[in-house]
Design a protein around this ligand. Structure first.
Ligand code: MSP
Length: 511
């Protein structure tokens, strides 16, 4: 039991929520639910990144003020997360007054610490990535090296953060803490980036060019660079900087009770540099602790179009929710992607993963509940468990090891293996044969009690990834709540009235 603070990136309010955003947010949701089940006091943060040139431009195109656009998009993101069963504790927006005050306070702190200076910037700016690139990075074609979008040459006054001063400290942090940036491929990528001299970071833009941002406290003709603004959201939500106390620059010396540092920042690999280089050095400059972990996951790539034939034109797994349900899509995304690596979405793999749910977990639940109804009038018999103890303990341990190590796919595979073992147990026990013999009654009681107990364990293990289906199974087992991990040991389900209901994962007609 402890506390656990985790974050997703805050998504640009300039575009609609899509699968990429959804994956990171579901990943965070699964971890948040897992930690709640482990008894932790969880703070799960997500939100929108409301400032910057791109938003200013998109709003203009749509004939809206930037804030109108952001309000609209924040609602869209919140609705999308409701639909996907996301249990965030806080939805932050960088246009909130508290956040603006914290950004100002953080900048003043860096300024007071002597890490900010004014200079002229000459470079290539990509609005798509909201960052500058070097001549070398944009290459002869002069395009942004990440998405291939346009870049513009800019010469202007900016404030700079002396990021270069922190290069050695950052390298040391990464080398001494091999698990700080995961997976290892991303860690090596960041170390590779740090092989070259680290440049100072431009942290402001002239207001004449970009008006949609947070003014620099000591120079309102400049607005804060959107990445500095955005990254600071993690501190705002933690309460580490009290904007009231910092107005007159008091309160810096006495840390307030807060949730900082964050236990894990989750993100896609596209934004590892900002999180693993800009952010930690800014925190160092402001004398704030570093986040405990930075996890960058891979990309979803869409499998070859030929394969989508079997499911019509469906190429986005989120669209499958209508037919298969939200939990099945969450299951697919978490079970299929090796956490950290790229994965290819194909309808065939989706169906394989759905069949696994239906034929193994769904089938176990249905046959267990049906047999309790048929042989014991719908009441879980009062009998000691008689089997599966070793398998259950091993599955729970493997699951917890895997989730603690951010290998979610492995944890859910272990849970599914337990369901598989329980189906095997049904086959060897042959409850239907026991039911025919009067002397089989005790063994039948033990068998059904064991299976009911295994279902409770499975509801607990699957809840983080399939919250709605797990809750439904819990209700059918007569439970008011799905137990926490610590409540599983020695849990007694005897005497509970169960309900069979329709299959948890019905057959889906693909016709
Ligand atoms: N606003 C910045 C983040 C600021 S955080 C302080 C931003 N926003 S974004 O809207 O572009 O979202 C980027 C994030 O969306 C990625 O880091 C990743 O989490 C997710 N994804 C976007 N496309 C994706 C895929 N195709 N696959 C997996 N995740 C991807 O960057």
């Amino acid at each position: 039991m402890g506390s656990f603070y985790l974050s997703t990136p805050i998504y640009y309010a300039s575009g609609e929520p899509h699968l990429g955003h959804a994956y990171t947010t579901i990943l965070a949701d699964v971890l948040a639910r897992y930690h709640r089940r482990a008894g932790d006091d969880v703070l799960f943060l997500t939100g929108t990144d409301d400032h910057g040139q791109k938003i200013q431009e998109v709003a203009e195109e749509q004939g809206l003020t930037p804030l109108e656009l952001c309000d609209r998009m924040a609602e869209r993101f919140q609705a999308a997360w409701d639909d996907l069963g996301i249990s965030n504790d806080r939805f932050i927006r960088t246009t909130e007054p508290e956040h603006k005050a914290v950004v100002g306070a953080l900048l003043e702190r860096l300024y007071d610490n002597g890490f900010i200076y004014e200079s002229e910037y000459v470079g290539w700016y990509s609005v798509g990535q909201e960052r500058y690139f070097t001549e070398k990075e944009i290459g002869p074609d002069r395009v942004d090296p990440i998405a291939g979008g346009p870049v513009t040459k800019i010469r202007e006054k900016n404030y700079f953060f002396k990021m270069s001063l922190f290069q050695d400290r950052l390298i040391e942090q990464i080398e001494k803490n091999p698990e700080w940036i995961v997976p290892a491929t991303r860690r090596n990528e960041v170390l590779g980036f740090l092989n070259q001299p680290l440049e100072d970071l431009s942290i402001s833009r002239p207001r004449s060019r970009i008006h949609w941002g947070i003014p620099i406290p000591w120079d309102p003709d400049q607005v804060t660079y959107v990445w500095v603004d955005a990254l600071t959201n993690y501190v705002t939500a933690s309460g580490a900087i009290d904007p009231e106390a910092t107005k007159d620059r008091r309160g810096f010396g006495d840390p307030l009770p807060s949730r900082w540092p964050c236990d894990v920042h989750l993100m896609g690999k596209d934004i590892i540099t900002t999180h693993a280089v800009y952010w930690p050095t800014l925190l160092m400059g402001a004398n704030l602790a570093l986040p405990r972990k930075i996890l960058a996951h891979g990309w979803w790539v869409v499998g070859d179009t030929k394969m989508s034939k079997s499911l019509g034109n469906v190429v986005d797994p989120l669209a499958l929710r209508d037919r298969f349900g939200t939990d099945a899509v969450r299951w697919y995304l978490m079970r299929e992607m090796v956490t950290g690596q790229d994965a290819s979405y194909t309808p065939e793999r989706f169906l394989t993963r759905y069949d696994e749910l239906r034929n193994i977990f769904g089938n176990l639940a249905h046959r267990t509940l049906s047999m309790i109804k048929r042989y014991r009038a719908g009441t879980v018999p009062a009998a000691p468990s008689g089997g599966l103890a070793v398998e259950t303990a091993a599955a729970v341990a493997a699951y917890r090891r895997a989730l603690d190590g951010y290998r979610l796919h492995e944890g859910f595979a272990a849970a599914m293996d337990l369901a598989r073992a329980a189906n095997g147990f049904v086959e060897t026990q042959e409850p239907w044969a026991l039911a025919r013999e009067p002397e089989g009654a005790d063994e039948l009681d033990r068998t059904l009690a064991t299976l009911a107990r295994t279902l409770v364990v499975l509801a607990c293990l699957f809840e983080p990834v399939m919250p709605a289906r797990a809750a439904e199974l819990g209700r059918r087992l007569g439970l008011a709540n799905i137990p926490l991990f610590e409540e599983l040991d020695g849990m007694d389900v005897s005497g509970r009235a169960v309900r069979v209901g329709t299959p948890l994962f019905p057959r889906v007609d693909l016709g």
